[in-house]
Unconditional design. Structure first.
Length: 259
């Protein structure tokens, strides 16, 4: 087991992360003239430092992330005045805790200290969920997802009593219920319940006789419950959130999602 450090510059224009080697990053902070970020000259940049725990040389956990802000001068180096102010403000935080008995593990993150608040507002930033996901992809690799439309069809089949019924006209409402079950796991247990659910179900004309014959229950919530159990058993780590479900002009199921 060991720890490693990864550094990135977040390019706001493209929304991408740019890797920066530890050596280059250290030299930039030390003011070494042999390194620069010329492409970001005369601008404010957002950087990310990630501490990763490794096992057998593979990343297994992100233990800490720092989101920082740097002012870059016309030569592509950290602005000298900005650097001095940052060091001074950091010292102000440390001095404020110097004679206290209870020192927090992360003084910059402590909201009880005015110096820490000023430092946080001036030198750090808060990432969006999309940026957080990009960081995970950079560290662990891009996650390979199975087509969600295929999974929804698989879960929908849970609603049938027998395999021979799979694909009947009730498949439409079962796929809708499968999406409800999926989102109750990924979005929350209160996703589309009660009256809103019943109103949506009314869009699917079904015959009661056929429901009793083919489906495991005539109680929609009971069917959703069984589908939810199936989802959690077979796809526990897939946390995609379904944003839209419907049919294409080619009459194939289309499922849109977000992470």
């Amino acid at each position: 087991m060991g720890l490693s450090t990864k550094n990135f510059i977040f390019d706001e224009e493209s929304g991408n992360l740019r890797k920066i080697s530890n050596t280059k990053f250290e030299k930039l902070f030390k003011g070494d003239n042999s390194e620069s970020l010329q492409e970001y000259s005369d601008s404010i940049v957002k950087y990310i430092t990630v501490i990763v725990r490794n096992e057998n040389r593979k990343p297994v956990e992100i233990t800490n992330i720092q989101y920082g802000i740097l002012k870059i001068d016309k030569n592509g180096r950290i602005d000298a005045k900005f650097s001095e102010e940052m060091q001074r403000d950091a010292m102000a935080i440390m001095n404020s805790y110097l004679f206290t008995e209870d020192q927090p593990e992360n003084v910059i993150g402590s909201l009880d200290n005015s110096a820490a608040k000023r430092y946080k507002d001036k030198y750090t930033w808060t990432p969006s969920p999309e940026v957080e996901e990009k960081i995970k992809e950079e560290i662990f690799g891009k996650k390979k997802y199975r087509k969600l439309s295929e999974i929804i069809i698989e879960i929908a089949a849970v609603g049938y009593k027998k395999k021979e019924y799979i694909g009947s006209e009730l498949m439409h409402i079962l796929m809708f219920l499968a999406h409800v079950a999926w989102n109750r796991d990924t979005r929350g247990k209160n996703y589309l319940t009660g009256t809103p659910l019943l109103k949506q179900i009314q869009n699917f004309p079904v015959k009661e006789k056929r429901v009793k014959k083919e489906l495991i229950s005539s109680d929609w919530e009971e069917i959703i419950s069984e589908m939810l159990k199936y989802k959690r058993k077979h796809f526990p780590d897939d946390l995609r959130k379904i944003t839209q479900i419907g049919y294409t002009t080619q009459k194939t199921l289309r499922v849109l999602w977000e992470v």
